[in-house]
Design a protein around this ligand. Structure first.
Ligand SMILES: Cc1cc2nc3c(=O)[nH]c(=O)nc-3n(C[C@H](O)[C@H](O)[C@H](O)COP(=O)(O)OP(=O)(O)OC[C@H]3O[C@@H](n4cnc5c(N)ncnc54)[C@H](O)[C@@H]3O)c2cc1C
Length: 472
C-alpha cells in the first residue's frame, strides 16, 4: 500500500496485471473491494482519488450528522453478495439498529473506508492495493495497455482502467451576468467543503432547486439557531417526499406485470402506472410501493423507449419521477416540513428571472409558474441546489475534456451520461468498445436510467469485477 505517487511502478512483464481505478468514491472503492475479493490470481489494484478521503466521495464525505441516508440501512450493503453487511456494521456500535433505520451518511462513509481496509487485509499477498491521492488528467490507450497522467506530471501504467469519476459539480441555473452580480453571495456548488460557511444565521437565503439537495442545505443551515428565512424555488414547486414511516406494512405489487403493462411508450407507461396507483390506493396500499416495485424493471423499461420518448419523459415527467422515486428519510422530511410550518422555509413554483446587487444583499426577481406578477425578494445569499450534473460536456474536468477530444468517450444524445456496452466497456466516438477502458458510476443512467444509488451500483461493481478478474 502506498500513498506516494513516486512509488508507483509501471506495469510490465514481471509485475502482476494492474488495474487502475480512477476515482475513489463509492463506485471506485467498491469496485476495488470486489476486485480484491474476487481475484484468484496475482493482481495489483491502484485506486486514485482526487478529493476528500478515500471511499467517501461526494455523497458520504459529509461531516454533518443531519445528513442521513435516503435508503434504509437494510438495503445499503455495499456488497451485492452480502445484503446484511452494512446492517452488521451498524450493529457493532448499536445492536438496536433496525433494517428500516436511516443512519447518517457520515457513518456510511466510515463503513466504506472500513470495507476497503478489510478487503485489503484479507486479500492474499498476491493481490495488492495502492492508494494514490491525486488527479488523473489524461489517459492514453495502446494495444498493450494504458498510460495515465497525473496532475503532478507523474505517470501510471495499467493493463486496464476503470473510470469511476462520479458526479460533476452542478451547472449554474443563473445566467453568467447574474452570477457576476451575485459575486461571493452565490454558492454555485453546495458540496464544496466550507461552501455554506459564509452564510450567517440572520441571512435570508434563496435555494434554487427544491429536491434532496435543498433538504440537505436547509438542514445544514439550521444546525444551530437561525433567524433568517429560506425560500426554495423550483419550476413545478413540488415538495420533497418522504419514505414510508418505518413499521408500515409494504404492499404486494407485482412489478414485472406492471412493467409489462407499461409497454414501450411514455404515454402507455403513464396510463398503466396511473391505473396501478389507483388500484393500490383502493386496496389501501401505499403509492411508494408501486414506484418501488418498478425499480428492478426500470432499466428494461428505459431501454424499450425510443430516443424521442426518452426525451419526452425527461421534458414532462422527470420532476414528478424524481420526487416520487428519490425520497428522503422520514426524520429529514419531518425537519424540512417543520421549517415550512414554522414559516422558516417557503417553497415556490417559480423561475429566477433577475439578480441585482443591492446594499446588504441581493434583490432577486422571481417569475411564478403559469405567469402572474413578478415577485421581488431581498436575500443575502443564493445557493444552487439543482444537484450534480451528468452532462459530460459541462463537466469542467480536464480528464473528461481530454477523453472527449480524443474520441475515447462519447456523451449520450440526452446528456445523461456516457455509453458503455454490457461489459462496461466505454464506447468511443466511432461506436467501438474499448477493451481496456471501463466505466462504473451514476452516468450509467444514460443506458439504464435507474443506476445512481447503492442498490444498483453495488451490483454493477460486482459484475464489473467479475468480468475483469476473469480476464486477468
Ligand atoms: C448528496 C448525495 C447523497 C446520496 N445519498 C444516497 C443514499 O442515501 N443512498 C443511496 O443509495 N445513494 C445515495 N446517493 C447516490 C449514490 O450513492 C452516489 O451516486 C454514489 O455515491 C456515486 O459514487 P461515485 O463513486 O460514482 O461518485 P462520487 O461520489 O462523485 O466519487 C467520485 C470520486 O472520484 C474522484 N475523481 C473525479 N475525477 C477524478 C480524476 N480525474 N482523478 C482522480 N479522482 C477523480 C472525486 O474526487 C470523487 O472522490 C447520494 C448521492 C448524492 C450526490
Amino acid at each position: 500500500m502506498s500513498a506516494n505517487n513516486k512509488m508507483i511502478e509501471p506495469a510490465g512483464a514481471s509485475t502482476p496485471p494492474t488495474i487502475v481505478v480512477v476515482g475513489g468514491g463509492f463506485s471506485g472503492a467498491v469496485t476495488a473491494v470486489q476486485l480484491m475479493r474476487q481475484s484468484r490470481s496475482p493482481l495489483r489494484v491502484v485506486l486514485v482519488n482526487e478529493s476528500g478521503r478515500m471511499a467517501r466521495g461526494l455523497a458520504y464525505g459529509t461531516h454533518s450528522n443531519a445528513h442521513v441516508l435516503n435508503v434504509p440501512a437494510g438495503n445499503m450493503s455495499a456488497l451485492a453478495e452480502d445484503p446484511e453487511d452494512f446492517l452488521r456494521y451498524c450493529r457493532w456500535s448499536d445492536p438496536l439498529v433496525q433494517p428500516q433505520a436511516f443512519v447518517s451518511r457520515r457513518h456510511y462513509g466510515a463503513y466504506l473506508e472500513a470495507l476497503l481496509s478489510t478487503a485489503e487485509l484479507a486479500s492474499d499477498g498476491d493481490v495488492t492495493l495502492d492508494r494514490v491521492t491525486g488527479r488523473i488528467d489524461a489517459i492514453r490507450l495502446s494495444g498493450q495497455g494504458a498510460e495515465l497522467q497525473l496532475q503532478d506530471g507523474s505517470k501510471l501504467a495499467a493493463d486496464a482502467v476503470v473510470l469511476a469519476f462520479g458526479h460533476f459539480a452542478p451547472h449554474d441555473p443563473l445566467s453568467a451576468q447574474a452570477v457576476a452580480e451575485a459575486g461571493a453571495r452565490y454558492v454555485g456548488d453546495p458540496w464544496r467543503p466550507g461552501a455554506l460557511a459564509a452564510i450567517g444565521p440572520a441571512d435570508d437565503v434563496l435555494l434554487v432547486g427544491a429536491g434532496l439537495t435543498a433538504v440537505d442545505v436547509a438542514l445544514a443551515l439550521h444546525r444551530g439557531p437561525r433567524s433568517g428565512r429560506l425560500l426554495a424555488i423550483s419550476r413545478r414547486g413540488l415538495a420533497p417526499q418522504s419514505h414510508r414511516p418505518s413499521g408500515a406494512v409494504p404492499g404486494a405489487i407485482d412489478g414485472a406485470s406492471l412493467a409489462a403493462a407499461m409497454g414501450d411508450t411514455v404515454r402507455g407507461g403513464l396510463r398503466a402506472l396511473r391505473a396501478e396507483l389507483r388500484r393500490a390506493s383502493a386496496r389501501g396500499e401505499d403509492w411508494r410501493d408501486v414506484i418501488g416495485a418498478l425499480r428492478a424493471h426500470t432499466p428494461a423499461l428505459w431501454q424499450r423507449l425510443s430516443l424521442a420518448d426518452r426525451a419526452r419523459f425527461l421534458r414532462h415527467l422527470r420532476p414528478h419521477w424524481d420526487v416520487a422515486r428519490h425520497r428522503c428519510a422520514p426524520q429529514a422530511h419531518d425537519r424540512f416540513t417543520a421549517l415550512q410550518t414554522a414559516d422558516r422555509l417557503q417553497l415556490l413554483a417559480a423561475r429566477l428571472a433577475e439578480v441585482r446587487a443591492v446594499e446588504g444583499g441581493l434583490e432577486v426577481t422571481l417569475r411564478p409558474r403559469g405567469g402572474g406578477t413578478l415577485q421581488r425578494r431581498r436575500v443575502q445569499a443564493i445557493v444552487n441546489c439543482t444537484g450534480p450534473t451528468s452532462d459530460l460536456r459541462r463537466s469542467g474536468s480536464l480528464l473528461i475534456g481530454q477523453l472527449l477530444d480524443t474520441g475515447l468517450l462519447c456523451p449520450d444524445a440526452l446528456g445523461l451520461g456516457l455509453l458503455v456496452d454490457a461489459q462496461y466497456r466505454v464506447i468511443d466516438r466511432d461506436g467501438r468498445a474499448a477493451e481496456r477502458l471501463r466505466y462504473i458510476g451514476p452516468l450509467l443512467k444514460a443506458g439504464a436510467w435507474e443506476a445512481t444509488a447503492v442498490p444498483e451500483l453495488r451490483q454493477h461493481a460486482q459484475r464489473l469485477a467479475q468480468m475483469l478478474t476473469s480476464q486477468c
